[in-house]
Structures are given as structure tokens and as C-alpha cells.
Ligand binder design. Structure first.
Ligand SMILES: *[C@@H]1O[C@H](CO)[C@@H](O)[C@H](O)[C@H]1NC(C)=O
Length: 188
């Protein structure tokens, strides 16, 4: 599926790539974290992301937790005027709130750094690659509007993972994918 995605999709995938030694949310409760989130803002030092970020719109992601405790994510990526669907499965590894990619070519690591479950989540991702790994942070929100204080907090976290403000994109809403996400039986 990756092969047919245009570069904007690949740039959005950079949002999934990143992680260093930052603590996860204490007492992380995966079931409470499940459900639908909007990716309201993202920052990454992935070069593709940096090239494409100004044209991106907000993806949404629906998270469910398998009986084994793994995280299944369905991403809806707004691409031009379409909505591309992508499924990912991440295994819980080590402490709760820490997940790793399950496929051979995807070694991403995901950590939930902070969340109140009901309004926001801050997720860090790490992807090792040929030219060194890239690091990314995402701000997830349950609703489509982002509170300025939350955005401010998110920006303050960037330097703690080695990112700078010019690597940040506040992602505008995407009509296509929001509707698709709210449509329970939507298919590509
Ligand atoms: C991204 O930032 C991390 C942490 O500062 C660094 O180790 C990594 O090499 C950087 N990756 C790229 C592609 O610049």
C-alpha cells in the first residue's frame, strides 16, 4: 500500500516517526486512550515532513486496543481532495504507553508522553532510518479545535526532544477526512 501513496502521504507518515528517552504518561490507561483523535499539530525533523508540512491538513486517527494490549491505529490522511486510509498495528513493549512497530520495514516507536484522555494527548515517535533516525511529536485532540494554551505547551516540549519551532506545523482541519471519520462504515 505504501508504494502507491503519493509523497504527501509519505510526509504524513513522517508524523509517525520518532522517540528518545522521555517519560511516558504515568499510570497510562490504554483503554481510556482508545477512540478517535485529530492530529492538530505535529513537529518532526524528518526532511520529507519539513518539505511538505505547509500543505498538510489534519489527519485523524482511530485507536483501538486489542485483547493482547496492542494498539491498532486507523489513520485517515487528507491528500489533496481525497482521504487515504492507513492501518497500523503497534505492539506494547516495556512500560504501558510505549509501543513499537510490528512489520519488518517499520521499526517505529511510539510513546504517549502526556494525556488527560478526554481532551488531548502528546505522542512522541521515533523511526530509525538510513540517514539517522527522525524524531516527531504530535498533538492529538478529541475535538477539532485546539486550545491556545495547549498549543503553547506543545511548543514548549519541542526543545526537550531536540526539535525547534520551525519544524512545527499546526494542521488545518480537513473537511473530507473529518466527515469520513465520523461516518462509521466509511471505506476507501
Ligand atoms: C532528529 O533529531 C534527533 C534528536 O535531536 C537526532 O538524533 C536525529 O539525528 C535527527 N534526525 C534528522 C533526520 O535530522
Amino acid at each position: 500500500m505504501m508504494m502507491v501513496l503519493p509523497s504527501l502521504a509519505l510526509a504524513l507518515l513522517c508524523l509517525l516517526r520518532a522517540g528518545t528517552q522521555v517519560p511516558v504518561q504515568p499510570g497510562f490507561d490504554a483503554q481510556k486512550f482508545a477512540g478517535m483523535w485529530h492530529i492538530a499539530a505535529a513537529a518532526s525533523n524528518c526532511s520529507l515532513f519539513l518539505r511538505m508540512k505547509d500543505g498538510m491538513k489534519s489527519p485523524s486517527t482511530t485507536i483501538s486496543i486489542t485483547p493482547e494490549g496492542d494498539m491498532a491505529m486507523t489513520l485517515l490522511l487528507p491528500l489533496l481532495d481525497r482521504c487515504q486510509k492507513l492501518e497500523l498495528l503497534l505492539q506494547q513493549r516495556g512500560q504501558p504507553g510505549h509501543y513499537v512497530g510490528t512489520s519488518a520495514q517499520e521499526k517505529r516507536e511510539l510513546q504517549v508522553l502526556d494525556t488527560d484522555y478526554g481532551h488531548y494527548g502528546i505522542v512522541q515517535q521515533l523511526q530509525p532510518s538510513g540517514q539517522g533516525h527522525s524524531v516527531g511529536l504530535q498533538l492529538l485532540t478529541r475535538g477539532q479545535d485546539v486550545n491556545p494554551q495547549l498549543l503553547q505547551r506543545f511548543q514548549e516540549l519541542l526543545p526537550t526532544v531536540g526539535l525547534t519551532k520551525d519544524m512545527l506545523a499546526v494542521l488545518p482541519r480537513s473537511g473530507e477526512c473529518q466527515e469520513a471519520a465520523e461516518w462509521p462504515r466509511w471505506s476507501p
